[in-house]
Design a protein around this ligand. Structure first.
Ligand SMILES: *[C@@H]1O[C@H](CO)[C@@H](O)[C@H](O)[C@H]1NC(C)=O
Ligand SMILES: *[C@@H]1O[C@H](CO)[C@@H](O)[C@H](O)[C@H]1NC(C)=O
Ligand SMILES: *[C@@H]1O[C@H](CO)[C@@H](O)[C@H](O)[C@H]1NC(C)=O
Length: 977
């Protein structure tokens, strides 16, 4: 806010009318507006608004100046530091307002003395000039006497402000200050706000539509006739509502919102609730403008507010009880929304029944947004998605379909879990996303049982989360969030996936009925309000009749980083299961295992499940209560397999004999184990080897059984580890032999899945997975067949089955040349099918023997019109995963770091994922030196954790290679002959 604006404080405050709106009537008469005869109330609202936009400027400059706060005696005084409910959010420095004065509120969090209850928001965006004019009217309740308001505002030009009490009397504003660092606005009044009284604050402001993908921003798509069409849309989570209008932008300040929006005739406007009235604004707003008034929302958090102005079309369907669900897309994609629409209605019905609580809003809209940095945002009643919710049966693959169904399901779960009940503060983000993710899989599983979602859960969530959480640079889920930038920092795999995985573990040891009753109890107790982890643990405990102290159990998983390794050993008829922290670290000495300090000393309450050779159907369980445990088994058992279906968040190892028995049984009759158990054995064996706890020959021996494996989840797990081994070894001796070994294992399964795109959902997924892996290791038959299909497509325009495209595109490029690459590049630039663009982006990073192409591809990422910012990570990831592109990608990151920083900003998780993507496969001491040297002394902002993790991973890669490459080489030579 400029000094000029600060001087504008006189707006309306100087009038002596008791209503504060003395000019309303005369304006009405002077302009003789006739169009307003039928709806008097709305008409008055229109007049008020017209007043604000056409006359207020004059008033602002002619009205008496009520206060000159620059020489106010209280300038520089600090109110006592406010510390919120036991957390330590106090700033350690003195904040300065934009005019140089001390900003009197020294806390990142807002005071809780005032509680907003209602916002009436009027927004007039112009999609041509990008100007936004707005007015917000906030009703609030005073909880404790005070003489100032602190609320959020960022990049808004505040024009006028007015504070009134309930009867419409103005309070005199004596000071208004803005603190950019905290995105806070401080408004001090001469009269006190009195406890239990209600007040209102009206602010008129200007801003511009952002060009970044957050806040209130401009986006565009290309219509079928090639025109660029614009839309304005919002993305507020976690803290960008404040860039669209002044507000109390913390999740616990729930209020009701009413929106009025001005738009051009050829647009529509959408909000969390439906439109209740549309008025033609006639001549005083200029010709052609319409104004939509929307129904008031229920009590909700600011980050869930959303509004959109666009020229979309929609398809509509009703749920069983008649709730209206619509999918809005740009007109060209209209016919690709059936899957989205059917999923949304089905899943809404499912969760209304499951939670036992009806969806509380009058409608649900799903909107596809061309530039969207997240997969989706769960705004209440107006969910926004990346444009890949469009599905075309001739063009989209099975995994694209699965992605759509999953994403929609998760966002719908959040309408209850997150929106109806919200988190108290962002440090509980993991809880809400964790439950939403777990319930997403449960919901999809109910809709499509043969997709085997609960098995897929472990490869999507548990395994990746364990891979990260085993690093020294991990963090506990429960993390102190002090700063707005910390909020971005915690949106990472640990919050999302570990959160989901430990909730999965919890739901597995709670009885199904307890889970469902507990959730109903929880949502009913905390609806329209906020809560935290403690609340939900207590509710679950209550629902187990106090038989299990859920809070005590769960806090060992949330209040310390990492997870345990359970070592199983058998002595006679007794099994000893002992726990230690599992760490992927060079030295496995006890010292590191206990650093940094944890109040639980890295011990956990572990629900250990197991099956034995006596009966592989019966799942037994036993608790490790922050201790080790001994239990009896039949002395004759040949093996025991713990962590059944990998539903627990821990690793398991066995003594060498037991590993050998497990390997033998896998080779002999692997179907004794469930698919998830096979995946879990593979994952544990490879990871324990990575941690230096198993020699490489164990995972290698174990993997031999894969020649007989025909199922998706074990293969997906194995391929992930094979690819990592191959990339790490790409510059060392065993590399070529290892590719040969992969070919040996993959050959039978590639023959089994064949090239005919048919069979179940899971069959489609496995076909695509194993054929792609076969291309990576250059399996001749697969490559030849894929090249044939590529040539037919390129030269005769023959369509490729959507499920085979990934394989065909990547081999076309990998084993092709300039012409093939250029053909794909042109297709990428001309297709309007989002899933197609994604596949092509991945394929384009795979050429061999032509650094020029890779280099050119990298350079294209700097042009945000060619490659969207949210896709840049994909490009760098595939180039870095290509042995020939690894160093190019790293050089590119170095050369263009400042450019990328200015393109993608510091405030999102983007820079962090770029670092992880580029450095993931570096594995020499020289690489390590390079990366440390480059980043030394550089402020990488919210990417700092990703940087630490990346350095740790490079170091691990180096150590692992040193330790294992000889053994691997020897074993491969012996076994491949
Ligand atoms: C709060 O933070 C300040 C500044 O970092 C520190 O000096 C103080 O010890 C902290 N207090 C608590 C209770 O953690
Ligand atoms: C704001 O909306 C509420 C609810 O519809 C209404 O009662 C109130 O008069 C509105 N206030 C203003 C200033 O528009
Ligand atoms: C935006 O500005 C253009 C050009 O000034 C004007 O034609 C259009 O009507 C405006 N639209 C809105 C919604 O104000």
């Amino acid at each position: 806010m400029s000094d000029q604006d600060v001087d504008d404080v006189a707006f309306l405050t100087g009038t002596d009318s008791p209503t504060g709106q003395p000019q309303k009537k005369s304006l009405y008469e002077n302009n003789g507006v006739a169009a307003c005869s039928h709806n008097r109330a709305l008409c008055i609202a229109t007049i008020v608004f017209a007043l604000l936009f056409t006359i207020a400027i004059i008033i602002a400059f002619t009205g008496p100046q009520s206060a000159l706060f620059t020489d106010c005696t209280c300038a520089g005084e600090k109110p006592p530091n406010y510390v919120d409910e036991g957390t330590n959010m106090t700033r350690t420095f003195i904040p300065k307002a934009t005019n140089g004065q001390i900003f009197p509120w020294n806390n990142i969090r807002l005071p809780t003395t005032l509680k907003p209850s209602r916002y009436n928001l009027t927004i007039h965006p112009n999609l041509t000039t990008l100007e936004v004019r707005g007015q917000v009217y906030i009703e609030f309740h005073c909880e404790k006497d005070t003489h100032f308001i602190v609320l959020h505002s960022q990049n808004l030009t505040i024009l006028d402000k007015l504070v009134q009490d309930k009867r419409g009397h103005n309070l005199t504003i004596v000071k208004i200050l803005e603190y950019t660092g905290g995105q806070q606005l401080y408004i001090e009044t001469r009269e006190k706000f009195k406890k239990r009284h209600n007040y209102t604050l009206t602010i008129r402001f200007n801003t511009r539509l952002s060009k970044e993908s957050y806040g209130f921003y401009i986006s565009s798509y290309v219509s079928s006739d090639g025109d660029r069409r614009y839309l304005a849309t919002t993305n507020f989570e976690p803290k960008y509502a404040r860039t669209a209008f002044p507000c109390f932008d913390e999740p616990h300040f729930k209020a009701k919102f009413k929106l009025t929006i001005f738009r051009d005739r050829f647009h529509i406007a959408l909000f969390n609730t439906p439109v209740v009235n549309t008025d033609d604004l006639g001549f005083y707003m200029g010709t052609g403008l319409l104004r939509d008034d929307f129904q008031e929302t229920l009590e909700m958090s600011t980050y869930l507010v959303a509004f959109i102005v666009c020229d979309y079309t929609n398809l509509r369907k009703e749920t069983e009880r008649g709730l209206s669900v619509s999918v809005y897309t740009p007109p060209p994609s209209k016919n690709q929304t059936y899957i989205a629409l059917n999923t949304a209605t089905h899943i809404l019905d499912f969760f209304e029944e499951f939670f036992g609580i009806p969806y509380p809003l009058p409608k649900l809209d799903l909107v596809s947004i061309p530039n969207f940095i997240e997969d989706a945002a769960e705004n209440w009643g107006l969910i926004t998605f990346r444009d890949i919710i469009s599905y075309d049966s001739k063009q989209s693959s099975t995994s694209a379909e699965q992605w759509i169904v999953k994403t929609i399901t998760r966002e719908i779960v959040q309408q209850w879990f997150g929106n109806l009940v919200s988190m108290k503060w962002w440090d509980n983000l993991w809880l809400f996303h964790g439950f939403a993710t777990y319930l997403e899989y449960l919901g999809v599983d109910s809709y499509y049982p043969n997709w085997r979602m609960m098995d897929q859960f472990i490869i999507d969530k548990t395994q990746p989360a364990m891979a990260l959480d085993a690093l020294v640079s991990s963090h506990s889920i429960n993390i102190l969030v002090q700063n707005p930038s910390d909020i971005d920092n915690i949106f990472d795999t640990i919050s999302y996936s570990k959160g989901a995985a430990i909730i999965h573990m919890l739901c597995n040891f709670l009885h199904e009925e307890v889970l469902q009753n507990g959730l109903n109890d929880y949502l009913t107790t905390y609806k329209y309000s906020t809560s935290d982890a403690k609340d939900i643990w207590n509710i679950f405990t209550r629902n187990t009749n106090q038989s299990l102290d859920v809070k005590t159990v769960m806090e060992t998983w949330t209040h310390q980083m990492g997870f345990p390794l359970i070592s199983i050993s058998k002595e006679g008829n007794e099994i000893l299961a002992s726990q230690t922290r599992f760490l992927l670290t060079a030295d496995s000495g006890n010292a590191t295992h206990l650093q940094p300090k944890s109040k639980y000393d890295y011990k956990w309450y572990v629900p250990l499940t197991y099956i034995t050779s006596n009966d592989s159907e019966v799942v037994n369980s036993v608790w490790l209560n922050m201790t080790d445990v001994r239990f009896e088994v039949d002395p004759d058992i040949k093996w025991i397999k713990a962590n059944v279906n990998q539903s627990g968040f821990y690793r398991v190892t066995y003594d060498e004999d037991m590993w050998q028995s497990l390997i033998q049984i896998l080779k002999k009759n692997h179907t004794i184990f469930s698919t998830a158990d096979r995946a879990s054995l593979i994952d544990d064996a490879f990871t324990l080897c990575r941690a230096g706890l198993l020699k490489a020959t164990i995972p290698l021996e174990l993997s031999l059984y894969l020649v007989k494996e025909r199922d998706y989840v074990p293969w997906a797990t194995a391929i992930e580890h094979f690819q990592n081994w191959a990339r790490r070894m790409s510059e060392s001796l065993p590399y070529k032999l290892f590719l040969k070994y992969m070919r040996y294992l993959l050959k039978p399964i590639t023959q089994y899945v064949g090239w005919k795109s048919s069979g179940s959902h899971i069959n489609q997924l496995i076909r695509s997975k194993v054929l792609s892996a076969a291309v990576l290791c250059e399996l001749n038959e697969t490559v030849t067949q894929a090249k044939v299909l590529f040539q037919k497509w390129m030269t005769h325009n023959e369509t490729i089955d959507p499920n085979l495209r990934e394989v065909v595109y990547s081999s076309g490029i990998k084993f092709g040349g300039m012409a093939e690459w250029q053909f794909c590049w042109n297709t990428y630039n001309s297709t309007n099918i989002p899933s197609e663009r994604r596949l092509l982006l991945k394929a384009l990073g795979q050429p061999r023997g032509d650094p020029w192409l890779l280099q050119r591809y990298l350079i294209e990422t700097l042009d945000r019109n060619t490659i969207r910012p949210e896709d840049v990570t994909i490009v760098l990831e595939v180039v870095a995963a290509n042995p020939e592109g690894k160093l190019l990608a790293w050089r590119h990151l170095k050369a263009y770091w400042p450019t990328m920083h200015s393109l993608f900003g510091n405030s999102t998780s983007m820079m962090g994922s770029l670092i992880s993507a580029v450095t993931a496969h570096l594995s020499t001491p020289y690489d390590y030196y390079e990366v440390t040297t480059y980043f030394t002394g550089m402020n990488v902002g919210s990417a700092s954790r990703a940087l630490q993790q990346s350095l740790e991973i490079i170091q691990l890669n180096i150590n692992w290679l040193n330790k294992n490459k000889e053994d691997i080489y020897t074993w491969l030579r012996k076994n491949l002959n």
